[in-house]
Write a protein that binds this ligand. Structure first.
Ligand code: FMN
Length: 146
């Protein structure tokens, strides 16, 4: 199994972002299972953060499609490496719009990635837990603000 984490910038009208996220996840929920890809997609204005994991060939194929997508630009790979097992087994590319609370700053994302580097290798367990914590805090904040 291989893991890729990248961030990119949304090009488009901020008002349409939820429609765009829906369209992406609709495509993903059909294509990704066929490619045995799992993961999730965060959005925080104006940035996507996507975690995809699966067979290397599938990820290469998927990244070619994603690279060509005109709805975003400046794709920056944070992590690309072989991992012993999936970290997001239960995730079929749901999208989470974080725009109301947490931030997704490129420098911050790079720093976080580097903090989890040990012996020049990213500790993917730790960083996956970090992203999951981001998801949980988002869920908690959403509950409180309702
Ligand atoms: C940030 C971002 C992430 C995406 N992630 C996926 C994905 O995981 N799976 C997928 O099939 N398409 C994904 N897409 C959409 C693809 O680029 C492409 O538009 C889509 O797969 C075309 O699907 P269709 O053949 O159903 O029209 C993503 C697009 C963006 C901008």
């Amino acid at each position: 199994v291989h893991l890729i984490v990248y961030t990119s910038e949304y090009i488009g009208d901020e008002q349409n972002i939820n429609t765009v996220l829906d369209a992406i996840t609709t495509s993903a929920k059909v294509r990704n299972p066929n490619l045995k890809i799992t993961g999730l997609l965060f959005y925080h204005q104006p940035r996507f953060l996507q975690i995809i994991e699966g067979p290397k060939d599938s990820l290469d194929q998927m990244m070619q499609i994603i690279n060509r997508d005109r709805r975003h630009k400046n794709i920056e790979r944070l992590i690309s490496e072989a991992i012993p097992e999936r970290k997001f087994n239960d995730w079929n590319m749901d999208s989470i719009n974080l725009s109301n609370n947490e931030s997704l700053d490129l420098a911050e994302l790079v720093l976080i990635r580097d903090v989890y580097k040990q012996n020049l290798q990213v500790n993917t367990d730790a960083i996956a837990d970090f992203y999951k914590a981001m998801l949980q805090s988002h869920a908690l904040i959403s509950q409180v603000s309702q």
